[in-house]
Ligand binder design. Structure first.
Ligand SMILES: [Zn+2]
Length: 103
């Protein structure tokens, strides 16, 4: 079975937030926040294995993406809120769709 992959920004590349470990707000496990090539935050259970590297974008396996393993993932309507230092603003117009999985 072939693992799916996702492109991430190399740590801190293009002005992205540097990777950091925090506790998941849903399940409390330690997670590593990375940024996708599009600049969106994405949490991993552990630092993902790099499959290939191209300048400031690295391709990694989605195997350890936390949204796939989090016991509280249904809570994550807006995963981006979890990493920002900006004021957390309620987003009342959230569509009741499958959260999180955007790749
Ligand atoms: Zn979690």
């Amino acid at each position: 079975m072939q693992a799916r992959t996702i492109d991430l920004l190399v740590n801190g590349a293009r002005g992205s937030r540097r990777r950091g470990v925090t506790a998941c707000k849903g399940c409390g496990r330690a997670i590593v926040w990375c940024a996708t090539a599009a600049g969106k935050p994405i949490p991993f259970d552990e630092m993902p294995d790099v499959i290939s590297l191209d300048d400031d974008v690295e391709t990694v396996s989605t195997e350890h993406v936390h949204w796939g393993t989090c016991s509280a993932r249904d809570q994550f309507k807006r995963p981006a809120l979890a990493t920002t230092n900006d004021a957390v603003q309620p987003q009342p117009k959230v569509e009741p769709k499958e959260p999180g999985f955007e790749w």
